[in-house]
Design a protein around this ligand. Structure first.
Ligand SMILES: [Zn+2]
Ligand SMILES: [Zn+2]
Length: 267
């Protein structure tokens, strides 16, 4: 997969400049690179772009798009969190993501650390991880409409630390996920096959898990590959494994964005 549309730069919580990432993409033979800075978000000021930073980000990507126009297609997107109220009409595309669940007035960052999630489940859900998962997937099921998404971000992010904190994919978890799939598939936008946590050794499989990939396929969902890149050395990390898993789940094609439109290429 010689493209990636989920890329973070130092304008949010990524390590590299946009130009460093473009150079890396060219070295790897990419035909397209899309940037997706984190939208400004009340519970997430440290990682997100302020309004002023977002304006600088758009200006720089626009400059680079012109500079590299004959070499690679550059897109300026946004990763819009469910709780973010920033405008998105100034971007080429939107990744709609849920990073937080609001419970009893507290935001739980589901991708924070294994221990933080475990403590939040203990304090706010009486130890019932499936309760958190049900609340999370309820938000995910509404996230595409709420954020104006063109892509559904890391569908099962809530299970990021499953391998570390003992929370697994129970029947309740899978039922909650399937309910979200049923609501999202009719919108016709692709689910990310996101290798971000694999690059950091947190998971051995992408988001969504192979079990959930099968459920998405059964319901007629589409997919798009992404590395959720925060460091240029991982720009296409795990794409080979992710493609194999997607094929095993029955997918025969994946979405790419070309000239402002979604197209499909064969796997
Ligand atoms: Zn995200
Ligand atoms: Zn991201």
């Amino acid at each position: 997969m010689k493209c990636n549309y989920h890329t973070h730069t130092f304008y949010c919580d990524g390590k590299d400049s946009p130009e460093e990432l473009i150079k890396e993409a060219l070295e790897r033979g990419f035909f397209a690179l899309g940037f997706s800075g984190h939208s400004y978000n009340e519970p997430d000021r440290a990682f997100a772009m302020s309004g002023r930073t977002a304006a600088l980000y758009r200006k720089e990507i626009s400059r680079l798009r012109a500079k590299y126009a004959d070499k690679i297609e550059i897109l300026c997107g946004i990763e819009q969190d469910y709780f973010s109220a920033e405008p998105v009409d100034c971007y080429d595309y939107v990744i709609g993501s849920v990073h937080y669940v609001l419970k009893n007035g507290s935001y739980i960052a589901v991708d924070d650390t294994a221990e933080a999630v475990k403590n939040a489940v203990k304090e706010l859900y009486g130890g019932d991880f499936d309760g958190l998962a049900e609340d999370y997937f309820r938000l995910v099921s509404k996230a595409a409409e709420k954020t104006g998404a063109d892509i559904i971000g890391h569908f099962d992010l809530v299970s990021k630390f499953s391998g570390q904190n003992g929370f697994g994919q129970s029947l309740r978890f899978l039922a909650a996920a399937e309910a979200a799939v049923r609501k999202l598939v009719p919108l016709g936008i692709p689910f990310e096959i996101n290798t971000g946590a694999m690059a950091h050794g947190i998971r051995s499989v992408p988001y969504p898990s192979p079990e959930l990939m099968k459920i998405i396929k059964q319901h007629g969902g589409e997919i798009i590959f992404s590395s959720d890149c925060h460091d240029k050395k991982y720009l296409d990390y795990g794409f080979d494994i992710a493609e194999e898993l997607a094929r095993a789940a029955g997918f025969e094609r994946a979405a790419v964005l070309r000239g402002g439109k979604t197209e499909y290429i064969r796997l």
